[in-house]
Design a protein around this ligand. Sequence first.
Ligand code: ADP
Length: 598
Amino acid sequence: MILIAAMAVLLPSLAALQYVWLGQVSEGARERLQASLSANAVRFKQEFNRELIRAYLNFDVYSSSTLDDIEQHQVERSEQWMRTAPYAQLLSDVFIVSSDELGRPHPSQLDASAKKFNLMDWSGDLAGLRERFERQYESARLRREIPPQSSFESFAADIPALIIPFPPLPTDKELNQSVPPPSGFTVITLNLEYMRREFIPSLIRRHFPGASETDYNLAIICRDNPQQVIYFSRHPPEDFTVSDVSLRIFGMDGGELRTLRGDVDAPSAATKQPDNGPMRSRSIVRYIKRPTGGTTAASGEEDGRWQLLIKHQAGSLQAAVRTTRHRNLAISFGILMLLGASMAMTIVTTRRAERLANQQMNFVAGVSHELRTPLAVICSAGENLADRVVSDPRQVTRYGTVIYKEGRRLTEMVEGVLEFAGAQSGRRRYEFRSTQVADLVNGALNACRVQIQEKDFRVEAEIEPNLPTVRGDEAALQRVLQNLISNTIKYNGESRWARLSAQVGAGERGAEVQITVEDRGAGIASIDLPHIFEPFYRGRDAVAAQIQGSGIGLSLVKQIAEAHAGRISVRSAPGVGSAFTLHLPVETQGGEAGEEKS
Ligand code: ADP
């Protein structure tokens, strides 16, 4: 009882605690995942931007050079890029845009094999930039300086390309006042196909291990035109309206710029321009120092022309964590329920074992008691005879009868116990053969005749004529009826009446013979009724009235009935009487009603 109460309190409390803790653990897990995802995204962005800045700085030039020198310089830079850059194929083409005497911009393209720049039309990738360059040069021609608002973007996201201005022409003005216009531009177009196929996937593999195959979907889109998709990690593309991480990439990152400046400047010292280093630094400082508005490089810390979007496959990180939490909750509640169920089962089993042990004790006590009475009678009768205390022939006959009756009672009792033990252990074998119901009833009545006469009982037998046969072990089935008749006699009170009837009826599995033993005796209390077929169970009234018995009779009846593919049923009301019915399947032609069973 205490255990049940403890369980009733403990299990719900454990469940509640588990619910709360799992909630906290999930929230912690979500935060950790979010933080690590964001950190990975930042590293992705840094490396992505670093490669672009590497290209930018690679082609950055010093101020005091002529166009020819710049062209020569870019040819060398291009060769060096191809030799040393980790993602050399990132660059598609190199162009130079310079102005003629009238201030009109003209593009020329690098012919890498001929190692020179060739003038060209505004066509191909560059066509989209023409208007921007013309506006730029027009403004420069009129004002000789770049108005901050119309500054030239270093990243053309739509092409995509990097636009690197030449350093400005010498001017008297200080750097921090206004920036003089550049004398020309280097335009580097990026190989989008290579980016999609090699560059971006390799960065994803490095910074989101397993992401493309498992948990996360990644996309890179153009910020100005979200319809323009640069990259999708999975096809068909997902809806990225809501994402777990959203980060701008493809822009100048001041930190990266400073780190890389040293790297790129170092090889440039090997070129033939001794003043290259200082001039380059000056040019870069110009682009990263301006806080807002000016060049893209100036606002590069937070800027980027593309958007990196990351979303968990479950819809969002939150949803994924929620799903995991629900799964964990289901598992833990399942375990708790299992625990509860097994404890409940343990309690039930223990109770049953206790009851069984009790019943067995009672059985032993009951059997010993039952044995003691006839044994005592036999012993004293035998002793009297042996000592010749009784010598009168009539008395001797009476003593003989007593010894015979008690001896028979003993035999029956021992047989009952043995039969029960055999049935319990599964060693009992039945001999099935075709059996007439009338034979069964008459045989049982004959066996009980002495008992019936002794108690002055009236037993009516109503056997339907032409009953079908049943298939079974005649002796065992007779024992069933004998048990039922002797119970009727034992528990009959004063009515001294019983009826045996046999008829055909409809059973659950077809036609069956129903043999009923009915009395108008004490009846069975409703509290006992569900248990009377359990081994060793004795009715409370029977125990209270000290009616002799061991509680195995009806359990044996049930076992034998079931071994014949039949069953036993009971109707009883206290003070009215009881009716036990043995249901046996009718023997089918050529087949057995009951199976041979050990
Ligand atoms: P036993 O008769 O040795 O006690 P049984 O297994 O034959 O054991 O019967 C179990 C219990 O069922 C009896 O103790 C008694 O309470 C009840 N019982 C069986 N038959 C009858 C009956 N005809 N009338 C009233 N009670 C009965």
